[in-house]
Design a protein around this ligand. Structure first.
Ligand code: ATP
Ligand code: MG
Length: 457
């Protein structure tokens, strides 16, 4: 994940077992992270205090001095931007739920594989919505009419208990939407658990979802409760559901039909009350026609579909999102503020964004790192974006056309703000930069709702 162009993310691991900290340090460093370790809670808190910023904290729950749950509570108040993963050696459902309620991003039961840790670490670090704990973090930025409609649907369905299928290309914000549904639902005080069904081999996915008993298979040295149990009362988000094996599809269907499942290695029948939200970026109807996806499961999952459109079909969202990601970078590092130059903005507007919002987020992080002055220039953007620089934004084929007025307002607003910043708030100078009369500029500032003192501070 870390290229030479981006800063290395720093992780602090707190665990009193030396073999665990050294295994994690080695694994994380091989993957391009910088990793520090602490062997007790107090030492961990001291390191957090002294450093000028970790990107992630991994802490064991059972520590010799303070418990991992207390660390979670303390850091939630002091460092609300810091995502935390807890390692639970003697996990009870209750302590795991408490950790998630206190804002832990994820939990990893011991014993764990390094692959599992890396996947949890990557998603904690790269999911921007985890950066601020509590409800505030679920900020969904949009200005387009088409996203307005999506969000209207989200608020209507959130309060129901219906099973939801979120569809859309990779990186469009499907998980963010799933989290928004959960946090606006009656289950919002209960856990939201996310599982990527596509990233795990079948056997592991089964024990991840339904749990296993001790001795169920080689390596099952302790009981694992499984995500369906931990999510009881809350929401379970199953990503990439289209990649599930036929056998797993049958097991999932059983939970949906009867609310029942059995842990791997056990004949005990357990029940659970979870709201299921699934997501896919493949076309499930195609998969059904090829007999790769069960029709009965499809209709159970797709009670209500929320389709998140690709970014190129909602160009009005591009600049507000770019600014949002930039201000997030500014919030995480003490450095002078930074704006998009007009030429960079038009490149962003005309690019096709095959990787959607995630690609834009990464491009802004990269640009923030490379930017030398207070303005992001085209040279700070990835080279692949340049070839599309002269084309106007694409008109999307579905969704009822573009909102030309608001798209143009958006572009105009962007240029006016840039000119005001460049001229340090001097309106006459800014009007000159824009080729406008001063009075015309003042009228536009008014009608577009731009703050009168923009550029002065
Ligand atoms: N409207 C939005 N406002 C703010 N951030 C967004 C928005 N849409 C997406 N993001 C951010 O973009 C990144 C990708 O979003 P997310 O993980 O939800 O996409 P996804 O559709 O689930 O992707 P994938 O198909 O690859 O799993 C995340 O960091 C998310 O926070
Ligand atoms: Mg996703």
């Amino acid at each position: 994940m870390n290229s030479n162009n981006t800063k290395k993310n720093r992780i602090l691991v707190i665990d009193d077992e030396e073999h665990i900290t050294s295994l994690l340090k080695e694994t994380l460093e091989l993957s391009g992270y910088i990793c520090d370790t602490a062997e007790c809670g107090k030492e961990g808190l001291r390191k957090l205090r002294k450093s000028n910023g970790y990107d992630l904290l991994i802490t064991d729950v059972r520590l010799p001095d303070i418990s991992g749950l207390e660390i979670l509570e303390l850091t939630g108040k002091k460092y609300p931007f810091l995502p935390v993963i807890v390692i639970t050696g003697y996990a009870t459902i209750e302590s795991t739920k408490t950790a998630l309620r206190l804002g832990a991003m994820d939990y990893i039961p011991k014993p764990f594989t390094t692959g599992k840790v890396l996947s949890a670490v990557n998603s904690a670090i790269h999911a921007s919505f985890t950066r601020i704990r509590g409800r505030r973090f679920r900020k969904i930025v949009y200005r387009s009419h088409i996203m307005d409609q999506v969000m209207e649907l989200v608020s209507k369905i959130a309060k129901t208990d219906s099973t939801i299928l979120v569809t859309g290309e990779s990186g469009t914000g499907k998980e963010l939407i799933a989290r928004a549904i959960h946090s606006n639902s009656l289950r919002s005080t209960q856990p939201f658990i996310s599982v990527n069904s596509g990233a795990l081999p079948e056997g592991l996915l089964e024990s991840e979802l339904f749990g296993h008993i001790k001795g169920a298979f080689t390596g099952a040295t302790s009981t694992n409760h499984g995500r369906f149990r931990v999510a009881d009362g809350g929401t379970l988000f199953l990503d990439e559901v289209g990649n599930m094996s036929p056998a797993m599809q049958v097991k999932l269907l059983r939970v949906l039909q009867d609310g029942e499942f059995s842990p791997v290695g056990s004949s005990e029948i357990l029940t659970t009350d979870v709201r299921l939200i699934t997501a896919t970026n493949i076309n499930l109807e195609d998969a059904m026609s090829k007999n790769e996806f069960r029709e009965d499961l499809y209709y159970r999952l797709n009670v209500i579909e929320v389709h998140v459109p690709p970014l190129r079909h909602r160009t009005e969202d591009i600049l507000p999102l770019a600014e949002h990601f930039l201000s997030k970078q500014m919030g995480s590092e003490k450095r002078d503020s930074c704006t998009l130059s007009s030429s960079s903005a038009s490149i962003l507007l005309s690019y096709r964004w095959p990787g959607n919002v995630r690609e834009l987020e990464n491009a802004m992080e990269r640009a923030w790192v490379l930017c030398e002055n207070s303005e992001i220039l085209p040279k700070d953007l990835p080279g692949r974006m340049m070839s599309s620089a002269d084309k106007p934004p694409e008109m999307h084929p579905s969704g009822g056309g573009i909102q030309l007025d608001s798209l143009l307002d958006n572009i105009e607003k962007h240029y006016i703000i840039s000119a005001l910043k460049r001229s340090k708030g001097n309106k006459t100078h800014a009007a000159g930069l824009l080729g406008l009369k001063r009075t015309t500029l003042l009228a536009r500032i008014n009608s577009l709702g731009i703050a009168k003192d923009t550029g002065r501070n």
